[in-house]
Design a protein. Sequence first.
Length: 209
Amino acid sequence: MNFFGYLLIVGVLLLVGLLWGTRRRGTQISVAEFWQEKEQEFGETRLLSSFARYIGGHPRFASATDGLLFLMSKSLWFENFEKGPNIFGFSPPFEKVVFRIPLHRIQGFEAVPERDMVATEFGPRLFRFHRLSRVPLYLGVRYVDEWDKEHTIYFDSMVDVATWQQELAKAKASYVPEEEVHEAGVCPSCGKKVSHDFRLCPYCGRRLS
């Protein structure tokens, strides 16, 4: 291949990169708008948030995924987001994961040492990812579901476990328990608005009455 052939290839790659970057900038969502929408939609205030990796433990979601873990004034949320196509235009398989745990159902946040986490059923998948936390601790969230079954879900969070524990204690100290009134058109598990035509919540898979 001659010199002009190499220049042509470099030019095409630069053009593709420029178009891809422009496309990504056009689809980005303002962080401030995202939190404002969350707070207005559910009548809650954001207390703490972090980029985190859901490792496992939720009865409806088996696969590990990256997303946002955020503590609100009435609940704890996790939600992942589709990354969109890469520079070559290919989109990786995506499963939407979103769940909400009301504060009164959370029993506590635990610091799980890395050696103990490796010994769990989720241990083999840990080696597929780079750690997000700077310390060898994982975040375990113990809660009781609507059928009074206990669960522990695990995260690798960029915010340290001690900070999560402190903010949970503050949130619970000022939290006034409310009756779980399941508004028509709203999923009782994840809190998302769902059309009456759905029998299953499209966000979390909960069966709707």
